[in-house]
Design a protein around this ligand. Structure first.
Ligand code: SAH
Length: 204
């Protein structure tokens, strides 16, 4: 997975490659999907949601430029996989999921994989986690129709937000950096994520 899907597609941050090598993706999917755990694809995790493609997890993590001490928010916990990779890369990880059954399963997955210091929350992640803000970095694993303003507002100065922005059918991964002149936005790869549903996302 690391050589064929990540290095071959230009992921160069060695800390990200090492983190992706350490986190056992098979512990974040269930049943028959375990046999496909290292496929180059998103996989179903129930409730109409998916665990992201490994390449997109790596792209998001690389865009955040983490060095180990950061406070990070992960929006759209899903299986908990991206939160586990972030836990390898940063100091403190908070994750938020709107579907409570998925949050419960993610708690089990993260514990089984040894990442029980990830703090799991339930609710509308488009509103961020004001009581834990500000964050050095925010990773959004679902597609937003535009820049979620409340997430941007919870970044520290020079903080980084990675978010897929576009329509339900396809998006571009955006890296948004907080600056005194407002958001500096870099657009990167095209992608296809499940919708971010909530106040700062798509309607229910
Ligand atoms: N990072 C996950 C990817 C899960 S897919 C993983 O590695 O497995 C995206 C997730 O975002 C879904 O579980 C979906 O329920 C969740 N989601 C969508 N809108 C949300 C919102 N407003 N707040 C929190 N989670 C949301």
């Amino acid at each position: 997975m690391v050589d064929d899907q990540l290095r071959a597609r230009g992921i160069v941050d060695q800390r990200v490659l090492d983190a992706m090598e350490r986190v056992p993706r098979e512990l974040f999917v269930r049943g028959a999907e375990r046999l496909r755990a290292y496929d180059d694809a998103a996989l179903p995790i129930g409730h109409g949601q998916t665990i992201s493609q490994p390449y997109m997890v790596a792209r998001i993590c690389e865009a955040l430029s983490l060095c180990g001490r950061e406070r990070v928010l992960d929006v759209g916990t899903g299986s908990g996989y991206q939160a586990a990779v972030l836990a390898e890369l940063a100091g403190e990880v908070f994750t938020i999921e709107r579907i409570s059954k998925l949050a419960e399963q993610a708690r089990l997955n993260l514990a089984a994989a040894g990442y029980d210091r990830v703090s799991i929350h339930e609710g509308d992640g488009t509103l961020g986690l004001p009581e834990q803000a500000p964050f050095h970095a925010i990773a959004v694993a679902a597609a937003a129709p535009g820049l979620p303003q409340q997430l941007y507002d919870q970044l520290k100065p020079r903080g980084r937000l990675a978010v897929p922005v576009g329509g339900r059918g396809g998006q571009r991964l955006e890296l948004v950096i907080a600056s005194s002149e407002g958001p500096a936005i870099l657009r990167s790869v095209s992608c296809r994520f499940v919708p971010l549903v909530g106040e700062g996302g798509f309607p229910r």
